[in-house]
Design a protein around this ligand. Structure first.
Ligand SMILES: *Cc1c(COP(=O)(O)O)cnc(C)c1O
Length: 407
């Protein structure tokens, strides 16, 4: 049991029971069927407030909807942030229904279909264009509809966010226009029937390394300055991406926002002359909602196999693919798992936790130290508010869908 600890539990514990939004997980489980996801509205509000306090006041916050599009949560986040980033016309419908203003919505994605571009044009949102072909298609569609497209160029930077869980920039990528090709395309834009909005430079995601994030911010603003000054185009906004991670695995710790905010402050001062009124946007998904969500599953069976203990649960990878390690992890690591009613009891046994699916991939925990768990107990997986249900193969094995609740 000598694995490094997970980051501390963020939810209060009352008489051993984990509380979320003022109720215990057990009380929530009496109202909903297991498995379910519960999201703590207050915790997301706190994260946004902490960001606002740490970042320069002019920096705008956008929410990347793909992290969690649950409509009640989306309405809540819409009331907290300045805009959102969508990646499909389905997300466009959800963003508009949640109350985001069209002028605050931007649409990224490497393979946007004509129908999606058309829907975006009619809704008057900004399109983050990812290739020359897409730019030309968009201009033609704009002429057909009689609407001038609002276009930002997504750049595939010539650097990456070091240590990021997911690298989205640097090297050959389906995303964005290579920084080397951008000057030619920016020149073309001047002759096109479009409204140029600015640049979108997203270099990576899920970083817990403040130093690497600061380096990426410096490189991003330097690249933006370079591209804009050589083209002579004026940008209304520059989206500098996000990348702020949350601690999922043993030994990982929460990011300290203070140095990141102070560094961005200095950077904006340094670039103030050319930035002028240009808005700087950060877009975040998991940082805003990831820690606010838990996944709750009930133990259906307990058994031993060749000396190891197995807890077999009603929840699994069909509802939480990332927990099973199959959403992009190279080596599977354990998420934090608690027994809902014994959150502060000492861990006395090592258990393997599995879901109901007939595949060895359906792992919820491998050799996790827990207090003694029994059939009927509720297990709580934290750090589950982002890339949970909507990022999972929910039809696999035809189990009923998980419920979701915002508390
Ligand atoms: C997925 C995505 C994000 C959000 O990433 P997080 O790690 O959830 O913050 C932001 N911007 C773009 C372009 C994305 O594709």
């Amino acid at each position: 049991m000598n694995t490094p600890p997970h980051a501390p539990l963020l939810f209060p514990v009352h008489r051993g029971e984990i509380q979320l939004g003022g109720v215990s997980i057990r009380q929530l489980a009496e109202r909903l069927n297991t498995p379910f996801y519960a999201y703590d509205a207050q915790l997301s509000r706190t994260r946004v407030a902490e960001l606002r306090a740490a970042l320069p006041p002019t920096v705008q916050l956008h929410y990347a909807i793909k992290a969690n599009p649950f409509p009640p949560l989306l309405r809540h986040v819409a009331s907290l942030v300045d805009g959102c980033d969508i990646a499909s016309s389905g997300e466009l419908d959800k963003a508009l229904a949640a109350g985001f203003q069209p002028s605050s919505i931007s649409f990224a994605g490497p393979a946007k279909r004509d129908e999606e571009l058309g829907a975006a044009l009619r809704a008057r949102i900004t399109l983050n264009v990812e290739s020359l072909g897409e730019l030309e298609r968009l201009e033609r569609l704009g002429q057909t509809y009689g609407i001038r497209p609002h276009v930002a160029l997504r750049i595939n930077p010539d650097f990456e966010l070091k240590g990021a869980g997911m690298r989205m920039g640097g090297g050959a990528k389906p995303f964005g226009i290579d920084a080397e090709q951008a000057p030619t395309i920016l020149n073309k834009i001047k002759q096109m029937e479009i409204e140029f909005q600015g640049l979108h430079i997203f270099s990576g995601s899920q970083s817990l390394n403040a130093e690497a994030i600061m380096q990426a911010h410096s490189a991003t603003l330097a690249l933006a300055e370079n591209l804009l000054s050589s083209s002579g185009l004026h940008a209304r906004h520059i989206n500098i991406g996000g990348g702020l991670g949350i601690p999922y695995f043993p030994g990982e710790q929460r990011l300290n926002l203070t140095p990141i905010g102070a560094h961005l402050h200095d950077l904006l001062q340094h670039h103030a002359a050319w930035l002028g009124q240009t808005r700087v946007i950060m877009e975040l998904g998991r940082y805003l909602v990831g820690e606010a969500g838990v996944y709750v599953t009930r133990i259906v069976e307990r058994k031993t196999s060749r000396g190891e203990t197995f807890l077999l649960c009603d929840g699994g990878m069909h509802q939480h693919l990332a927990l099973s390690g199959n959403l992009g992890q190279v080596i599977r690591k354990n998420y934090p798992v608690y027994i809902a009613a014994q959150a502060d009891a000492p861990a006395t046994e090592l258990v393997n936790i599995h879901g109901p699916l007939c595949t060895p991939l359906d792992v919820l925990g491998h050799k996790i130290a827990l207090p003694p768990a029994e059939v009927g107990d509720l297990l709580v997986v934290t750090q589950s508010g982002a890339y949970g249900l909507s990022a999972s193969p929910v039809h696999f094995l035809s189990h009923p869908p998980a419920m979701e609740i915002l508390v």
